[in-house]
Design a protein around this ligand. Structure first.
Ligand SMILES: Cc1cc2nc3c(=O)[nH]c(=O)nc-3n(C[C@H](O)[C@H](O)[C@H](O)COP(=O)(O)O)c2cc1C
Length: 144
């Protein structure tokens, strides 16, 4: 089992409808692949987290990476030693307001803003991203 989280820049405008359509399709396909995770768009940045069987997740990420609607800027991955973080989320679309309610933005959205500054990198940044994922995983059951 493996997890991948990436940040990308949208190459086009995504209306709410575009985003819903994308999330719906991702949800159907990920359900078939037994991949779980979440997707969020904040300004023109996507953050997506996927987890599942190692080969499946890697193949899915290659497909997503080639999608011309966005350009992947940064990718992190980790083996999933203790099982899934989001077993119930096929591909949850998380709006910015949910992050705000949960104050998870401190950990993820702030990092996204800092991504604008391309010098932001290194172990501390990686740690913050994974911390944000852990916090979200803890609260996953309270988000609908
Ligand atoms: C930001 C972003 C996230 C995406 N996430 C997923 C995903 O989790 N699962 C998925 O199947 N497709 C996802 N897609 C779509 C894929 O890139 C690709 O268009 C789709 O898998 C092609 O499916 P098809 O071959 O069945 O038409 C995403 C696209 C974008 C732009």
């Amino acid at each position: 089992m493996k997890s991948i989280v990436y940040i990308s820049k949208a190459c086009q405008q995504f209306s709410q409808e575009d985003l819903n359509r994308l999330a719906q399709k991702a949800m159907e396909k990920n359900g078939q692949l037994d991949v779980t995770g979440f997707l969020s768009l904040h300004d023109d940045r996507f953050i997506q987290y996927i987890e599942g069987d190692e080969n499946t997740v890697e193949a899915l990420f290659q497909t997503i990476r080639l999608d011309e609607r966005h350009k992947v800027i940064k990718t992190l991955s980790k083996p999933l030693a203790n099982g899934r973080n989001f077993p119930k989320w096929r591909m949850k679309h998380i709006s910015s307001s949910v992050y705000r309610e949960l104050s998870v933005e401190t950990f993820i959205l702030k990092q996204l803003e800092m991504m604008q500054d391309c010098t932001m990198d290194g172990p501390a940044w990686h740690e913050m991203i994974w911390q944000g994922i852990d916090i979200l995983a803890d609260k996953a059951d309270t988000i609908n």
